[in-house]
Write a protein that binds this ligand. Structure first.
Ligand code: ANZ
Ligand code: ZN
Length: 841
């Protein structure tokens, strides 16, 4: 055809690619170096959306790029297909979650086909297939054998609406992430993975990723683990044996402790209040009821008004023997540190808010007006000189949290905060009342869910033998059909009602036993999927360690920042576990990470409820895959958000048509000799060849497209003038355009490639190296005069500096001959045009 028709081009090339399978990775005979490029796999709720189009478009640029650079690229795709939305949709519509899920997968797959990312479809996986979850169960058993999977009774976050347990991270502002209802607490027997054993490594190994992961994600990972260092300090309590340790990051403030706070929901609080007045006991019981319904996030908030109950008991400060009152409050958490704190209201904001609420004393012990660098100040009467006394936090309401020097702290006065932290810890250690300590915000990973649509936990509960792991050869434990099961959430797993399924013989004693009825958090499924792609169809191993050695870790991971914490943390954890079990030789799963921005509409997130949804499917049929891809890549750097209202897919389509027409207009034969033709066009082409790789590798996709537009315009200019369409430089430029467009617009590129006289597929064509002689800038002629006579002409860069130009002029053989050994008395340089040398005659 003579007109650019994206629909016709798509229709033409899809079946050709289907036939060719150009992106199947089979490396038994392949000697190229390898790259593993992975997109976060989609969750199959409905069709693909614009966010998918963006992320998968970017991942595809990277995958196609490395192929052009001579790498054997693995670029697989699958579906994260277990999970609550399928189950909720199923309940709402009275359908089977399996049917709903696989219909959505079919729809997404169909959209993917048209969008045409260069996936290796032979490795497709779905986490909800027994062929997959068999190995998730196997993985569970490996953790179980290692003591990394265990059950415990614990108060868990409970969503009364979804009737399910939620992980801490699924509680947002005290509400269920999914339905928005207030979350409460409930005691349940639950499965956990011991991720806290890996807390240090999860922080320390982030070093490996610096510069290759977004700094923001690294800090989110670090904060989530929340490692802090400080000291445990032992307080005694009057009328009670033993000590109560408290964890503090500020042992330097020990002289500023004016009260103690224990978590209202801790055992210690209950014990201490038992001896209090009846009035206090009643008040405490009422208070405790209230606290039980609160989320950790609310409890720790500095914004909240402080509440609490005085327990009528006193503790003794080990450093100075001072007697301090003990309070119970919700702002101290029962399961963090030791569930009790030494309160230093002068230097901790929450303690100060509490002290102000209950009129407790505030004592400043760090003078934050004193410089901490330079010489230690001379003490006056054992105190720091008072040029500017610290402000009083009790009056200002602002805790003094900065650095400074100690005051009101006996032998530690005048020490800087950091020195004092070390010295006080030493003194505590010597007296036996303390020691240095580390603490983590990270909790063990709660993995059991009381829901149907997930991987069944491969454990059997036998009356006689207790917990019995399912023998590996009996895997997978298949999910029973959902038919006849009541999926309505009730707080126990629907699987418990599947009589035929739940009742089994104990693998140990053959006696009557029950299967575990919980299913796993879907984050378990996705914590190891990157490895399954390597042997996606194996029914003998989860993955082959030899393949992992060859391909993994993932060279480039692409996905949304919404997974910056959990998915990445869990994958990193699982990788370290598999490393410890000798299945892997590396400790981090994703060497480099690209987080794409969001696709917005008029500055707001797109959503159905906002009524601003731009449907991927309709844009796809309006403009075609290539124009969509180019639009998304051209809009901004990939990390930035894209506002769909500001971009122009129609403009992208026009650009593609322009490029395509160039290929159509080329009249020289494919065997035309490069190295000839219009030089200025060749310079543009080769500059592009030289610059594009670095730009792609630093994710400046938008710049590459801008440069391609320039190249196409320059080519068109030559076609329409001078040597015209037969010029060899025009063919060269058109070929380079087609190869580069393969990154962004694979259909257009393939069609151009055909018009230029080649066989498919352009996706396999290697990137050409730029000719270095075409990269030097144009030169100018510099005349060199000796005593007023022109003796030489030099071809030099227009940007040459005077010193360099003079050096070149003096080195010229003709100039040396003209000077003939005489003394040079003056040199005038006017770069880049003239050098004038005067000699003594
Ligand atoms: C005294 C102190 C003085 C503190 C000061 C801070 C500043 P991270 O960094 O999160 O580990 N804390 C300890 N256990 C707690 C619990 N169960 N619930 C709530 N808060 C608790 O913070 C450690 C600090 O958080 C500890 O240091 C303690 O307050 C508080 F100027 O001790 B600090
Ligand atoms: Zn048994």
């Amino acid at each position: 055809g003579h007109k650019y028709d994206f629909a016709a081009i798509q229709k033409k090339w899809l079946p050709v690619w289907d036939e060719m399978k150009p992106f199947a990775t089979n490396d038994s005979t392949d000697r190229r170096p390898r790259k593993y490029v992975l997109d976060m796999f989609p969750y199959p709720s409905g069709d693909l959306h614009m966010g998918h189009a963006e992320a998968f478009g970017f991942g595809d640029i990277v995958a196609r790029y490395w192929r052009q650079q001579g790498f054997n690229v693995m670029h697989p795709i699958g579906w994260d297909s277990f999970g609550l939305p399928a189950e909720n949709a199923a309940i709402k519509r009275g359908v089977d979650p399996r049917g709903w899920t696989y219909e959505n997968i079919a729809q997404q797959k169909n959209s993917f086909r048209t969008y045409a990312p260069s996936f290796d479809w032979d490795r497709e996986l779905h986490t909800s297939d027994p062929e997959y979850y068999r190995w998730t169960q196997w993985l569970f058993l490996q953790l179980y054998k290692k003591g990394l999977a265990y059950r415990k009774d614990s108060a868990v976050n409970w969503c009364p609406f979804d009737q399910t347990v939620l992980a801490n991270e699924q509680v947002v502002d005290g509400r269920c992430e999914r339905c928005g209802n207030l979350v409460t607490k409930k005691k349940l027997n639950q499965w956990y993975f011991r991720i806290t054993d890996y807390a240090d490594r999860l922080v320390d190994d982030l070093k490996q990723l610096e510069g290759a992961w977004p700094a923001k994600v690294l800090s989110m990972q670090r904060n989530w683990v929340g490692r802090s260092t400080g000291a445990d300090v032992d307080f005694t309590i009057e009328g009670r044996d033993g000590v109560v340790p408290v964890y503090t990051t500020r042992p330097d403030t020990l002289y500023g402790v004016t009260f103690m706070v224990v978590a209202a929901d801790s055992e210690l609080a209950a014990e201490l209040v038992a001896d209090a007045s009846e009035e206090t006991q009643t008040a405490f019981a009422e208070y405790l009821d209230r606290v039980k319904g609160e989320s950790d996030i609310d409890r720790l908030s500095t914004e909240r008004e402080k509440t609490g109950v005085f327990l009528e008991r006193y503790a003794v400060n080990p450093i100075n023997g001072e007697r301090i009152p003990i309070w119970a409050s919700d702002y101290v958490l029962a399961d963090y540190g030791h569930g009790a704190i030494m309160a230093v209201p002068a230097h901790d904001q929450r303690d100060l808010d509490f002290a102000r609420a209950f009129d407790l004393p505030v004592r400043v012990v760090v003078d934050t007006n004193q410089p901490v660098t330079g010489a230690i100040p001379v003490l006056v009467d054992g105190e720091l000189p008072e040029d500017l006394p610290p402000s009083d936090p009790k009056v200002t309401g602002e805790a003094l949290v900065g650095p400074g020097r100690l005051i009101n702290s006996g032998p530690f006065n005048s020490l800087s905060k950091n020195t004092a932290i070390a010295k006080v810890t030493e003194a505590l250690t010597a007296s036996g009342f303390g020691r240095s300590a580390k603490n983590y915000r990270l909790r063990d990973w709660l993995i059991s869910r009381q829901r149907y649509w997930g991987t069944p936990i491969p454990i059997i509960h036998c009356e006689k033998c207790g917990e019995v792991p399912v023998p590996e050869e009996q895997l997978p434990i298949q999910l029973p059909s959902a038919e006849g099961l009541d999926l309505q959430p009730k707080g126990t797993s629907p699987l418990g009602a599947a009589e035929d399924w739940i009742n089994v013989a104990c693998p140990n004693c053959d006696g009557p036993a029950l299967r575990d009825s919980d299913t796993m958090d879907t984050f378990v499924d996705s914590s190891w999927y990157y490895l399954r792609y390597l042997n996606a169809t194996s029914d003998t191993v989860a993955f082959d360690p030899a393949e992992a050695e060859k391909w993994a870790p993932v060279d480039q991971y692409v996905g949304g920042v919404e997974h910056a914490i959990l998915h990445l943390l869990y994958s990193r954890f699982m990788t370290k576990v598999l490393y410890d079990l000798d299945y892997l030789t590396f400790t981090e799963p994703f060497t480099s990470l690209l987080n794409q921005g969001m696709v917005l509409m008029d500055g707001a997130k797109m959503s159905k409820s906002r009524g601003n949804l731009v449907e991927f499917a309709s844009e796809l049929s309006l403009y075609g895959a290539d124009a969509l891809r180019v639009t998304l890549a051209f809009a901004s750097p990939p990390e930035d958000d894209i506002d769909w209202a500001d971009v122009s897919p129609a403009g992208s389509a026009k650009f593609l048509a322009r490029a395509w027409r160039v290929a159509q207009d080329v009249t020289s034969a494919p065997d035309v000799v490069w190295k000839t033709g219009d030089t200025s066009l060749r310079r543009v082409t080769h500059r592009f060849l030289a610059d594009a790789p670095g730009l792609v590798e630093s994710f400046k996709f938008n710049v590459v497209i801008a440069r391609l537009m320039e190249l196409v315009n320059a080519t068109r200019k030559v076609i329409d003038s001078g040597a015209g369409a037969a010029d060899a430089a025009v063919r060269e430029a058109a070929e380079v355009t087609a190869v580069a467009l393969n990154l962004f617009a694979p259909y257009t590129a393939e069609d151009m490639w055909e018009k230029l006289g080649y066989e498919p597929t352009v996706a396999k064509v290697l990137w050409r190296k730029a000719d270095p002689t075409l990269l030097v800038e144009e030169s100018v002629t510099c005349v060199v005069q000796v005593d007023g006579k022109v003796r030489d002409r030099l071809e030099v860069s227009p940007k040459i500096d005077s010193d360099e130009l003079e050096k070149q002029a003096r080195a010229s053989a003709a100039v040396i001959r003209a000077i003939d050994g005489r003394e040079i008395v003056n040199v005038v340089v006017r770069a880049p045009r003239v050098v004038s040398i005067a000699t003594r005659k």
